[in-house]
Design a protein around this ligand. Structure first.
Ligand SMILES: [Zn+2]
Length: 126
């Protein structure tokens, strides 16, 4: 599944950014470009599934959809495309440059330092 492999990439990046053992991810904010074809609901579902037993388990997943914006190389018009049909709405040119909406970005990761007891590890926290 498309969303699943992206979710795994996101989780990998999130885990690389965790400051220390015992930290938990509270919230992951993402900007999802329309052109990525990621469906927010199914992406959230994938995230929930793969974060089980990780530091990101139960983290809130906030997804902001980024519209697909293009600039026409012929008439210079900047337009928002509602569907991935690469035609300038002004002059019908096909020479369009994507300005935004192509990428999936992790905007922020909120981390909560855990002060919970670690089960089975005596000297860890309290
Ligand atoms: Zn144009």
């Amino acid at each position: 599944m498309h969303e699943m492999s992206i979710a795994m990439d996101v989780l990998k990046i999130v885990e690389e950014h965790l400051p220390s053992h015992g930290a938990r991810v509270k919230k992951i904010s993402l900007k999802v470009g329309k052109l990525t074809a990621v469906i927010p609901d199914s992406f959230k579902f994938c995230m929930e599934a793969i974060t089980k037993d990780t530091a990101a388990e139960g983290a809130e997943i906030a997804i902001e959809e980024v519209p697909l914006r293009v600039e026409c190389e012929d008439c210079g018009a900047e337009s928002e495309l509602l569907e991935p049909l690469f035609i300038c709405p002004k002059c019908e040119s096909l020479k369009l440059r994507v300005i935004s909406g192509r990428d999936l970005l992790i905007e922020s990761i909120e981390i909560e330092e855990s002060d919970m007891e670690e089960l089975g590890h005596g000297d860890q926290g309290r």
